[in-house]
Design a protein around this ligand. Sequence first.
Ligand code: ARG
Length: 589
Amino acid sequence: MEKLTDQISRVLMAGFEAAGMDSELGRVTVSNRPDLCQYQCNGAMAAAKRYHKAPFVLAQQVVDAVGQNPMFSKLEVVRPGFINLDLAPDFLAGQLNELESDPMRGVERAEQPLTIVVDYGGPNVAKPLHVGHLRSAIIGESIKRTCRFLGHKVIGDIHLGDWGLQMGQIITELHERQPELPYFDPDFQGEYPAEPPFAISDLEEIYPAASARCKVDEDYRRAAQNATWELQSGRRGYRALWRHIVNVSVADLKANYRRLDVDFDLWYGESDAQPYIPAMVEMMQEKGYAYRSEGALVVDVQEEDDTREVPPCLILKSDGAAQYETTDLATIVQREADFHPDRMIYLADKRQELHYVRVFRCAYKTGLVDRDKCSLEYVGFGTMNGKDGKPFKTREGGVLRLETLIGSVEDAVYQKVMDNGGSTPEEGREIARTVAVAAIKYGDLSNQPYKDYVFDIDRFTAFEGNTGPYIVYTMVRIKSILNKYAAAYPDAAAGAILPPASRSETDLALTLCRFNEAVYEAYEQKAPNRLCRYLYDLTGSLNQFYAEHNILREPDAARQAGYIALIRLVLHVLETGAGLLGFTAPERM
Ligand code: ARG
């Protein structure tokens, strides 16, 4: 469906044109004085300067030119020359009934579907999944779903960190502990065991131990670096061991992401990009982009109007080792080869911004991607802080495991559900699982991605206020009214939504009509917080309407059926919106 503002603007624009003025002046906006009107057009004010006439006169000419239009119940000029307008209740009802029959709830699919890769999640193998990776998963998932909803072909890639020093550290530590394993025997020729020699719980203990020892033990650190290098150069036993580490870790990651309702189309890692490095480096050298600087191979990416220094992109270190940049560049080559994407969107902590600036510039400059055919985009997000304003930690000061965090949110929700009464402990747990996801995701997404925010379990799990549980609670409430209605009037025919007859009903109708605008904004600005804001407004309008209309006691059957149809549409819009944010509502709460 065409955006409501555009529908209205079209009429006013034709009016300006008919009155002999530039049609662009006819753009309308949502009124900033909702007590006076629903929409407003200020074009005559600008027209007055351009056409040297009084704005009031010009506005009146436009209104006369528009004449009688069934779309409006009010179209009037107010001094000094604003045009105020209200939509006719019949027109609004028409819009709402159209929304109800449209599974996209007014959102139009892109005319030209794009291929979009969303690179998000980015956890590191063998390191526990911690809250630092939470934001990437949550924001990325919402951006992915929104792009997909608009009809684009979207590929979500987790881009595992599976190729760094941590792998060599773990190998070194395992070697210390179990030197007898065949993986360490350079002469071993047979098949390596299919079963991994460790469980995820072992890895979780091994990695921190190894990493800590690297900091104090010079020889150990060199051994770990060497093991990393040997792994990367293809030492057979280390490759086999590495496979085990990746598999065990990925199984654990999958379980965690599933709990958050986050899923990836591709589980590629940094390692998958390595085969693309040699040819890429050769090309960069041959074409003269890459040159040696103090032994390292670099590509300059400083641009003329930079106000800060942008250091060259480091392609290979002097020892020939590939870097974080190298891997990201090679991944671009891989994605180009596999998908020819129109866009690649990266989610990462905002402290990584300079990394992406350099990688993107280098990719464009060296022709890995054609600037006109593919845009490389970075969404940098802020830190999730604890109530003390410092990055979220456990009480003991260590990094908090994601599992633990989800668990505490579930517990908090469970407590509230049980306090409300009416649920068995099993039901309570089930509900808590669903609502916890809403609490965590909404708590995050309702903030602008770039901003830091404070993760406050009490606030995020509150059933009142601007929270995920409040949104889903409203959905549950609507479901309960619909169920009660169906039980009380089993034979009632499905009604159409009627023209709104009260202030709160009109307000609800107007808000419903703006769903598509909120989705487009969230998409265009890669800002799920826009959609959160919209859902919060919609729940507010619904609750206001509900407080003023006793739906189940409404004596007029047609009116009652109309109310039911109206709140069902609200539920559908809330469900669609929540789906784009990545959460759902339970049946009861
Ligand atoms: N693994 C990285 C980290 O933990 C994030 C990866 C982000 N994606 C990328 N293509 N660089 O910091």
